[in-house]
Write a protein that binds this ligand. Structure first.
Ligand SMILES: Cc1cc2nc3c(=O)[nH]c(=O)nc-3n(C[C@H](O)[C@H](O)[C@H](O)COP(=O)(O)OP(=O)(O)OC[C@H]3O[C@@H](n4cnc5c(N)ncnc54)[C@H](O)[C@@H]3O)c2cc1C
Length: 446
């Protein structure tokens, strides 16, 4: 490996306007796709070298999909763009006076800056939970969680101590939004169809899946009708739902709630909140509740050449007084719209304000169990919503190869009830038990 001081960003000079984009997610990718190569130089700086399809992340964590099948390398996505320059680096700060952004490797000047950094997990300032809980925001999180779950099952199969076994088999998911719901449903189906075959000597009635939320219903962003259906589906699958419940602390062994209840568990999954991934450098008044305040052209308040799109931006309007929901569609649509406005600007045409086309929302609980809120306040549930969920996710998944692999996995799973990727990759041991650690170490030494 080279030392940092031996590295340089190596971005070619240009006479075209340079658009620097921070991030490689839904917003950034759709913006880049729509910026004509001959008119702009595009520099994309991202701390991941891939574009991740996060709606399917929970399936990686529950051994249903290979990690690579829900991600596409950024360089491959734009290998036909001649003036596109990807740099695999984190942006640490923005200097709007000098019109540069700073990375550990160096500074990059911009004509237009687009911040498309999405969100990060929000632990509401609780460092202990942050240290001990499992997040689900990146591919590495999903692989880590998968390893943790599989190792817990392996260890539970090896212990004769019922207390220890229950603590290994208790899974607590904090946050009953789409991620928490989908994860809980998937784990419950795994418990029903996969684990008893893998561990014939174990009684999986001892495995509890808890879904907890501080609010009074599951899927709070969706309609009450969809919440009600989802609640029913989850209960049928045996998920224990605890509402109006706040996690207070977690030391890696015991989840403690504000009302005094405690659950012994080696696995707490944190899906309870996100905050915008803002970057140092812009004035404090540009940020509201962790998101950049933008106007209808996605310009960050007070700037004409700095834009924010997607989850990290909050564009308030009469219809969306708190901004758009932090889901993929606003990011995709804002990316496409901003590209068109930048082209308009070059032509000397008027900019057009962004208007969000709400295509509705979907969530899946399990086989033939899903819910959909359609535009016009209509809701669907059950098999039809499930089929719609499958089609929409395949449609938006990036890359033909990924679509094929994911579809093949789903068909295989539908007919066999199997999950193909029950592989422990990382020797992760969330246990202070030395013998358990030694057991895992022995499985991983050369
Ligand atoms: C587990 C999970 C499940 C979800 N399920 C759904 C769903 O079912 N339906 C739905 O519509 N939405 C879903 N979402 C939300 C959806 O993924 C987001 O709304 C969408 O990704 C937002 O796009 P974005 O471009 O704003 O950010 P992202 O797609 O998150 O991209 C952010 C990018 O910025 C990069 N980055 C961040 N900080 C820096 C930095 N300082 N320097 C360099 N690069 C940086 C990241 O590496 C990443 O490439 C889900 C999200 C998660 C995490």
């Amino acid at each position: 490996m080279l030392q940092l001081e031996q590295l340089t960003l190596n971005i070619p000079d240009t006479t075209k306007p340079r658009v620097v984009i921070i991030g490689g997610g839904f917003g950034a990718v759709n913006l880049t796709k729509n910026l004509p190569d001959e008119q702009f130089q595009v520099v994309m700086l991202s701390k991941q070298n891939y574009h991740g399809f996060w709606p399917l992340l929970y399936q990686v964590a529950t051994a249903g999909l290979e990690p690579e099948s829900i991600a596409e390398p950024i360089r491959k996505l734009f290998d036909d763009h001649k003036d596109f320059h990807f740099r695999f680096t984190r942006v640490n700060s923005i200097n709007p006076a000098a019109k540069t952004v700073s990375t550990v490797i160096g500074d990059v000047p911009y004509d237009y800056l687009v911040i498309a950094t999405g969100t990060k997990s929000n632990y509401f300032g609780n460092e202990q939970i942050k240290q001990n809980a499992f997040g689900l925001k990146h591919l590495s999180d999903a692989i880590n969680l998968r390893s943790q779950l599989l190792q817990s099952f392996e260890q539970a199969n090896l212990t004769k101590n019922p207390e220890a076994r229950r603590s290994l088999l208790n899974i607590v998911i904090a946050g009953a939004g789409p991620t928490g719901v989908e994860l809980a449903g998937s784990l419950a189906e795994m418990r029903q169809h996969v684990l008893p075959r893998d561990y014939p000597g174990m009684d999986f009635r001892e495995m509890n899946i808890y879904l907890v939320d501080g609010l009074d219903r599951v899927l709070p962003p969706m309609s009450p009708e969809s919440s009600r259906h989802t609640h029913g589906y989850l209960e049928k699958l045996g998920v224990i739902i605890k509402l109006n419940k706040f996690v207070e602390s977690y030391d890696g062994q015991t989840v403690k709630f504000k009302d005094g209840e405690e659950i012994r568990s080696q696995t707490l999954v944190w899906a309870a909140g996100v905050a915008g991934a803002t970057i140092e450098g812009l004035p404090a008044e540009t940020v509201e509740r962790g998101r950049y305040l933008v106007n209808t052209f996605n310009q960050v308040q007070g700037f004409t050449d700095v834009f924010a799109i997607g989850d990290v931006a909050v564009m308030k309007s009469e219809k969306w007084p708190k901004g758009h929901p932090q889901v993929a569609q606003p990011a995709i649509q804002q990316g496409v719209h901003l590209a068109k406005n930048l082209v308009r600007k070059l032509r000397g045409d008027e900019w057009k304000p962004f208007s969000y086309f709400d295509k509705g929302s979907l969530a899946i609980v399990g086989r033939a169990r899903a819910v959909a809120d359609l535009p016009g306040k209509k809701s669907l549930s059950g098999f039809i919503a499930w089929v719609a969920w499958l089609f929409v996710h395949i449609y938006y998944l990036v890359g033909f190869r990924n679509k094929l692999i994911v579809m093949a996995n789903w068909v295989y799973r539908f007919f066999t009830y199997q999950r193909g990727t029950r592989i422990i990759i990382q020797p992760y041991v969330n246990s202070e038990d030395k013998a358990a650690q030694e057991y895992v170490r022995l499985q991983t030494v050369d």
